[in-house]
Design a protein around this ligand. Structure first.
Ligand SMILES: N[C@@H](CCC(=O)N[C@@H](CS)C(=O)NCC(=O)O)C(=O)O
Length: 287
């Protein structure tokens, strides 16, 4: 007991308490003033939760770009929350609409279609809808993992770091922090178990299918865009704007320039405000 009194009365104990108090007080103050207010959207307006803008494209990820393109194609009013807050499923993007949270880009689209009576595929026959779905799923469930494996496993230059809004050493720190999880995902899906050469061959076959099917049509299914264009554009945009000089971009440019033209066509139609040469301070201001 006496020992306890001695400890409580000692100089170092008082000093430790003072330091701890200052730390806790500082933490509370910093938290209080950096807390972001929850966005409240007007009725019938989507709040789109996604990562912050990318350096060359509106998103560094294909799925938020798909969903935001859909919102524009369908003329749905929306506001962005670019804080990177993840969905209840631990993924991005997701949305809130009239107080309801919906996770997963496709479920968001289906929810909004139902709520607002939208059908961007109304001009397609049943057979065309089936083809569009097959291309969309090839893009999202196969091509996505090709690009993911390149970024996280095979690219020795670690170019994906350029998408992080930090100087190279900090970006590398985050790269190594995320790499283990990313490689785990790619291996669990299966693509991450293939060699770089094998993955490139899968890439070329997917692109060949897309490029051949698109041919000289302006959009995937003909003269007018449809829902699948949002997904295909969202994915191809990653290669066209965010993987410059990668073997993938070089190959598409050489073999299927119609896909590059397609991306620019989509960008012009739905993203007139997307400036690929925007400077970092300007981009920050837009957020
Ligand atoms: N099927 C989902 C896929 C979303 C997705 O994979 N998002 C990635 C970004 S590209 C993500 O949030 N990854 C974080 C993680 O899995 O930890 C959708 O369409 O929204």
């Amino acid at each position: 007991m006496e020992n306890l009194h001695e400890i409580l009365g000692s100089k170092w104990f008082k000093l430790s308490c003072a330091v701890a108090g200052v730390v806790v007080f500082g933490y509370v103050i910093v938290k209080r003033f950096t807390r972001r207010e929850k966005k409240i959207a007007p009725k019938d307006t989507v709040i789109l939760y996604q990562f912050g803008r990318g350096p060359k494209a509106p998103s560094i990820s294909p799925f938020p770009l798909k969903l935001e393109t859909y919102l524009r194609m369908a003329n749905i009013p929306y506001e962005n929350d670019l804080t990177g807050k993840m969905s209840s499923k631990g993924k991005t993007p997701w949305m809130e609409y009239n107080g309801v949270a919906v996770a997963d880009s496709q479920f968001c689209i289906e929810y909004l279609n139902k709520e607002r009576g939208i059908d961007l595929n109304a001009h397609l026959t049943a057979e065309q809808k089936a083809i569009a779905r097959a291309f969309q799923k090839m893009t999202e469930e196969n091509l996505y993992w090709v690009l993911f494996s390149w970024n996280w496993i095979h690219d020795s230059k670690k170019e994906v770091c350029k998408l992080f809004p930090y100087p190279r050493p900090v970006a590398l720190f985050f790269y190594y922090k995320l790499k283990g999880k990313a490689v785990g995902y790619a291996k669990a899906q299966g693509m991450g178990r293939h060699t770089s050469k094998e993955v490139m061959s899968i890439f070329q076959q997917d692109i060949q299918a897309l490029g051949t099917f698109l041919g000289q049509k302006p959009f995937l299914m003909g003269d007018e865009p449809c829902e699948a264009d949002c997904a295909v554009f969202g994915m191809l945009a990653q290669v066209v704007w965010q993987m410059p000089n990668s073997p993938h971009e070089i190959w598409i440019k050489k073999e299927f320039p119609n896909l590059i033209e397609y991306c620019y066509r989509m960008k012009e139609r739905f993203w007139p405000d997307w400036d690929e040469n925007i400077t970092e301070p300007e981009r920050k201001k837009m957020e």
